[in-house]
Ligand binder design. Structure first.
Ligand SMILES: C[S@@+](CC[C@H](N)C(=O)[O-])C[C@H]1O[C@@H](n2cnc3c(N)ncnc32)[C@H](O)[C@@H]1O
Length: 210
């Protein structure tokens, strides 16, 4: 099934969850530094992180996702948040440039290595010099602890089709660092936290365009 349809179906039932945004607070100082600049919430889903940042006083957020159901939900629920509906694997809309912060929470681990390399290059390109990329992706521990019994087939090394029809990539610090080689890596680490009630294992960090 097309990945976008899977997400549209999920967003007909997934609820807004403010707790899933608490991790963003760790990067408070970087957001503050870029307060006057555009902030992109890439793969925003129902906008939990965009809403969290809006509540913290940020008014220049663009929430982006390829699921029309998710984007319509944000438009209705948080009408002050600007939204865009596009597939991040294609080119980004031309007016998204000179961005202060790209926040990508659990949204850049769905793709083939070719597409992931292209995506990370596009993220680098839309940032302004000194702009930040703040990310969370699936860690390999997520595969070991949660997903390994739910795999339909291997697509590539560390990249799988799951039984629910979604594709997922699992990272470690080396594999994410290789993708970020054009950036200055400010911090990258393994972490875990509750996400919609379940313990999930991530690689998280922040990188700066130099
Ligand atoms: C696990 S959800 C994360 C949502 C939100 N960022 C959060 O942290 O709660 C992953 C999101 O990525 C979006 N997504 C997946 N592939 C995408 C693509 N190719 N282009 C744009 N959005 C995509 C999905 O629609 C979904 O909203």
């Amino acid at each position: 099934m097309e990945q976008k349809i899977i997400w549209d179906n999920r967003y007909s039932s997934i609820k807004h969850n403010s707790q899933s945004s608490e991790w963003v607070e760790k990067y408070r100082e970087y957001f503050r530094e870029k307060k006057e600049r555009t902030i992109i919430d890439l793969g925003c889903g129902k906008g939990d992180n965009s809403y969290h940042l809006t509540e913290a006083g940020y008014s220049n957020i663009i929430a982006c996702d390829f699921s029309p159901v998710a984007i319509e939900y944000i438009n209705k629920t948080y009408p002050t948040i600007e939204t865009r509906c596009f597939d991040m694997i294609n080119e980004f809309p031309g007016d998204i440039k000179n961005v202060g912060v790209v926040l990508a929470s659990l949204s850049t681990h769905y793709f083939s290595m070719n597409d992931t390399v292209k995506l990370y290059r596009n993220i680098y390109d839309i940032l302004e010099p000194t702009g930040y990329f703040i990310f969370r992706v699936n860690g390999k521990k997520e595969f070991e602890n949660n997903d390994k019994n739910n795999i339909h087939s291997v697509i590539e090394n560390d990249y799988y089709l799951l039984n629910d029809g979604t594709t997922k990539r699992y990272f470690d610090i080396d594999s994410i660092s290789a993708l970020l080689k054009s950036f200055l890596i400010v911090d990258v680490h393994e972490t875990d936290s509750k996400y919609h009630g379940q313990t999930k294992y991530y690689i998280e960090g922040i990188a700066q365009k130099v």
